[in-house]
Design a protein around this ligand. Structure first.
Ligand code: SER
Length: 317
């Protein structure tokens, strides 16, 4: 990676991955691709930014040409709950947008990183220790676009030699930018509410386990996979990666170690609950560990402690 374009740079992952890439590869070498939401603060000041709507192939191509981009980190996507409400939009962005990025990458010889997700699985998948290669019959629009995206990335590698790589991210817990419209968002909201109000109403039922990861590990996964020697990669796209698995009761108990008065009740959202139940309880990420040395730094206790310290400071300002 030398000249990098990040699409979706103001989103949950982009707003933290873009500054990290600038730190490593140089501010001028990392272009923040923005669409509707304009960048602010450090993201805006620290390096170049350009309007890149991935559904417009000409826009993607002109930025790649202008900056001689060699790597596209394609983060622009619609998350699961929004995708159920707006399936058309999810197809347009998650499929047609990815197709445009891959076409530009083929033409201009760029490497591409694309996140897939735990959403690429469904009820017929083994939901405990979900294997790397297994049944994938998701019943959500988000899942349909994610499985198709995995296949499309594999195809572009095999057929055209494009250096495509990617991981299946679990729910990402972070404290800079809120996720927008996902099923796993409760695991982020719970921290904001615990600190602000000492209580949280969960839309996910007790006993519903999902894979999760703290943002520093999500960033580490993307960078380490893109820097890994291709010789070692048997899989290229859609590596299972996880750091922890919990249900609402377990994370609430961990938060109570820091905020003893924290109280939680439930008002279950049937749409997001059904989505969560169709996703793995915990994935087996041994292929990522073997092929490129994946190992997370944060488990539940360390993540919770850091989230509470960082967010408490942020929310007190
Ligand atoms: N965090 C995503 C969502 O909940 C899953 O990849 O939609």
């Amino acid at each position: 990676m030398k000249r990098i374009l990040v699409t979706g740079s103001v989103g949950q992952i982009g707003s933290e991955l873009t500054p990290k890439l600038r730190e490593i590869f140089g501010n001028a070498n990392v272009i923040a691709g923005v669409n509707r939401t304009q960048p602010t603060g450090e993201l805006k000041e620290s390096g170049p930014f350009e309007t890149v709507n991935c559904t417009d192939i000409k826009q993607v191509e002109s930025v790649v040409k202008k900056y001689k981009v060699d790597t596209i980190i394609h983060l622009a996507a619609i998350l699961s709950a929004v995708a159920e409400a707006k399936p058309n939009l999810a197809w347009e962005v998650n499929i047609n947008g990815l197709y445009n990025v891959l076409e530009v990458a083929r033409e201009h010889k760029c490497a591409v990183f694309t996140p897939s997700s735990i959403g690429a699985f469904g009820l017929s998948t083994p939901l405990d220790d979900t294997p790397q290669d297994t049944i994938q019959r998701p019943n959500t629009m988000y899942g349909v676009t994610k499985v198709s995206g995995e296949l499309l990335c594999d195809y572009y590698h095999k057929r055209f030699g494009v250096d495509t790589r990617g991981v299946r991210y679990p729910g990402i817990i972070s404290n800079v930018t809120l996720p927008g419209g996902g099923t796993t968002d409760y695991a982020v909201e719970i921290f904001y509410e615990a600190i602000k109000n000492k209580k949280y109403t969960s839309y996910i039922k007790a006993g519903t386990f999902l894979d999760m990861m703290y943002m520093p590990d999500a960033i580490k996964a993307a960078i380490e996979l893109m820097e890994a020697s291709p010789a070692k990669l048997e899989h290229r796209n859609a590596f299972n990666v996880t750091a922890m698995s919990f249900d609402p009761e377990i994370i609430a108990a961990e938060i109570r170690k820091h905020i003893p008065q924290f109280a939680m009740d439930y008002d279950v959202d049937p749409v997001r609950q059904a989505i969560a139940e169709s996703w793995p309880n915990n994935m087996d990420d041994s292929c990522a560990r073997e092929e490129w040395g994946w190992k997370p730094d944060y488990e539940l206790p360390a993540m919770t402690k850091d989230m509470i310290e960082t967010l408490s400071e942020k929310l007190s300002q």
